[in-house]
Design a protein around this ligand. Structure first.
Ligand SMILES: Cc1cc2nc3c(=O)[nH]c(=O)nc-3n(C[C@H](O)[C@H](O)[C@H](O)COP(=O)(O)O)c2cc1C
Length: 260
């Protein structure tokens, strides 16, 4: 998964852009990236050398900007999937709805199209259904939610005051969002938010994730992808599941705990 690519290069927000808090991390990177042209000419070919499936995260400030980038990526065999970042809390949002943006992009590409959504909406299930109807092939849940930290002198730590909150505190929020989307749609779901152990990944799969992504944990443990995968398989066999696919959504059908 790449950093989100926007049509024009972006420096991002003024420092300070990262803050640690008791139960998570705040960032206000502000979508710093080299822009679409430099990404396509320089970054993507280098990433392709890794021989891994590459998901490109696409951002913009209007539906047309997202759609233009999707058109530029269409047909490239070095891109496995496009993820539309419809939920960055650190920049202004496009005026169009998430579903309208997905529909505009759908017209421009045959590549798999995932919609990355915010959990900070009144009804994640309804939003998931709307982007499914607009042509999304999958969902990525969740992005960060807006937060703020103060320093000793009661001044905001981040240069932009607020930032996106991620890490352990996000896990229950991610679980609820994936649970709602799984019940509302038929789409595959990349679950993320506060995953740092195989048990965390297992829980996201149990509420309906078909894949799990890691973010904040990579700052403290760059080896986390390998470790979490190993722990996940240990957890699966402990709980008697043959595969992640078999365990997908089991929390949905789990019986309620009987009352004493
Ligand atoms: C430093 C930092 C930069 C991020 N940049 C992006 C981004 O460019 N595009 C995006 O869709 N999400 C971005 N995210 C959000 C993560 O992909 C993820 O949705 C979120 O952090 C929750 O997962 P986590 O708790 O495992 O970090 C960023 C998160 C962090 C911490």
């Amino acid at each position: 998964m790449t950093k989100t690519v926007t049509p024009e290069p972006r420096e991002g927000n003024a420092p300070v852009r990262i803050a640690e808090t008791d139960a998570g991390m705040l960032n206000s990177i502000g979508l710093a990236n080299p822009g679409r042209a430099a990404f396509l000419a320089e970054m993507l070919p280098r990433l392709a050398e890794l021989g891994l499936p590459i998901w490109v995260s696409v951002g913009g400030f209007a539906a047309e900007e997202y759609a233009d980038t999707c058109r530029a990526l269409d047909g490239r065999d070095d891109v496995a999937c496009i993820e539309l970042n419809l939920s960055c809390p650190n920049v202004d949002e496009a005026p169009e709805s998430a579903a309208d943006i997905v529909a505009s992009c759908r017209r421009e590409t045959g590549l798999p199209l995932y919609a990355k959504l915010s959990p900070a909406v009144p009804d994640v299930g309804a939003l998931a259904r709307a982007v499914e109807d607009a042509g999304a092939d999958g969902l990525s849940l969740v992005n960060t939610i807006r937060g703020l930290a103060l320093d000793e002198g009661l001044r905001p730590v981040l240069g932009s005051a607020t930032g996106g909150y991620s890490g352990p505190a996000l896990k229950p929020i991610a679980l609820a969002a994936v649970h709602a989307a799984f019940r509302a749609t038929q789409l595959p779901i990349v679950g993320m938010g506060g995953v740092s152990t195989g048990r965390d990944a297992m829980e996201l799969i149990a509420v309906g994730a078909s894949a799990v992504a890691l973010g904040t944990v990579l700052f403290s443990d760059p080896d986390a992808p390998r470790r979490v995968r190993e722990e996940l398989y240990a957890e699966l066999s402990l709980l008697g599941h043959a595969s992640p696919e078999e365990a997908r959504g089991v929390a949905r059908s789990a019986p309620a705990t009987p009352k004493p």
